[in-house]
Design a protein around this ligand. Structure first.
Ligand code: CTP
Length: 405
């Protein structure tokens, strides 16, 4: 794909890798893009504006507060009309400012004004990438829809070795292409996604629940929307913001969730049950707050198995379930897939640190009803979501091919 006709902003910040932005700029213009370069004050310590001005054929933007400059007024217009903003290299500092909405120079102001997709290309030294503050800012930005590339691993400018290197120019261009022309392979599909935990009341102030954060289900909803699907998200209580564009149905208990799922099932072409439904509810929740410091026995009764019921209803939708396991993951997952009668089961080992429940990453096993198994490596939940959706499309295409015309 050529970048002809694309209007881009390239923000360069003060990393030792700033000189590599020159190669990126050269490649972007070679592919036909029109690029306005914006240098941060610190970037100017590493590279000269003249190089960028010459290669882009445009003045370099940098000083928001220069009274002689008309840049300050133009930055909003530029940010509004561009097709993408690329910040390369992006320092830990600019990631932090962008995550917190700080606008104290031209580039960060422009990032707030931009409505176009943003690609951040971090490059930093000395283990900064692994610092919890940087990691948290990256999570915030990704959740907001900003694409943050993973830095490469290898020799760093300090002489140390680690993760923090500026990625290859070709990889950056590839990520930019994906951002400019998102895949719409779920256009025409209607996804029904369940997410989060359910809450089963004990009395008006207490409940039974579990550690599910809803991140996996919300990630699936976001990925499906981006790929063109209509999405209904039925969610138990979480701390997450519903993705814009989804039909959002908040629920509390497993019984509420069952009702909502059955109500929306007919329209769905793909059902993904990422919710961690509480297996039990109290037989009779108390209508008043339970008092006293004495032994208490709760009588529990099983909740309906929503997933099994969906499959048993003979829906024409492709049905995906999740399994949270702590041991013998593959065997338990295969048994669960068969007993529930679904098409695909996504199994994760919730006993492992850093993945699964309430984590940013996941590492899952995909088991399908045709006997196939695929292991996905550990990756951020957004990437797992895309891989699951691609797998569903692949399996569904296989079934269609096998069906006689
Ligand atoms: N599920 C459901 N209704 C329930 C329990 C689970 O729809 N009452 C769905 C979940 O949304 C998930 C899948 O079933 O997609 C598996 O959930 P999991 O808790 O791993 O399995 P269970 O069926 O509860 O089996 P067990 O707890 O015995 O492992």
């Amino acid at each position: 794909m050529s970048l002809e006709g694309r209007e881009l902003i390239l923000g360069v910040t003060g990393s030792i890798a700033a000189y590599k932005a020159v190669y990126l700029l050269r490649e972007l213009t070679r592919l036909g893009a029109s690029v306005s370069v914006c240098l941060s004050e610190h970037a100017r310590e590493f590279v000269g504006a003249l190089t960028f001005r010459t290669l882009s054929g445009r003045p370099v933007l940098s000083n928001l507060f220069d009274p002689q400059s008309t840049d300050a007024v133009e930055h909003v217009a530029l940010a509004e009309r561009c097709h993408a903003v690329v910040v390369a290299p992006a320092t830990a500092n600019v990631l932090a400012k962008a995550a917190h909405g700080i606008a104290d120079d031209f580039l960060t102001t422009l990032l707030l004004a931009a409505r176009a997709p943003v690609l951040m290309v971090p490059a930093m030294d000395g283990g900064m990438w692994d610092h919890p503050a940087v990691a948290a800012n990256v999570v915030t930005l990704r959740r907001r829809g900003v694409t943050v590339l993973e830095p490469d691993t290898g020799a760093l400018a300090s002489g140390q070795s680690g993760k923090g290197r500026f990625p290859e120019v070709d990889d950056i261009v590839e990520a930019l292409r994906r951002l400019l022309a998102p895949v719409r392979d779920l256009a025409g599909d209607r996804l029904l996604v369940t997410a989060g935990p359910t809450r089963e009341p004990i009395d008006p102030v207490r409940y039974i629940s579990n550690r599910s954060s809803g991140k996996m289900g919300y990630g699936l909803a976001v990925a499906a929307l981006r790929r063109g699907a209509e999405v209904t998200l039925i969610s138990g209580p979480t701390a997450l913001t519903p993705p814009p564009g989804a039909v959002f149905v908040p629920v509390q208990t497993a019984e509420d969730m069952r009702e909502a799922v059955l109500q929306h099932l007919d329209r769905a072409t793909i059902v993904v049950k990422a919710a961690a439904v509480a297996d039990y509810r109290t037989k009779q929740a108390s209508s008043v707050k339970i008092k006293g410091k004495r032994d208490l026995t709760l009588e529990l009764t099983p909740n309906p198995d929503i997933l099994a019921e969906v499959a048993a209803r003979g829906t024409t939708a492709f049905v995906v379930g999740f399994a949270a396991e702590t041991h013998d993951v593959a065997e338990h997952a295969r048994a669960k897939l068969e007993s529930k009668g679904i098409d695909l089961l996504v199994a994760n080992d919730v006993s492992q640190q850093g993945i699964g429940f309430d984590a940013e990453d996941n590492e899952v096993l995909l088991l399908d009803r045709w006997g196939g198994t695929r292991e996905l490596p550990r990756m951020p939940k957004a990437a797992v979501a895309d891989a699951i959706l691609s797998h569903v499309l692949g399996l569904r295409a296989g079934i269609t091919r096998k069906t006689p015309a």
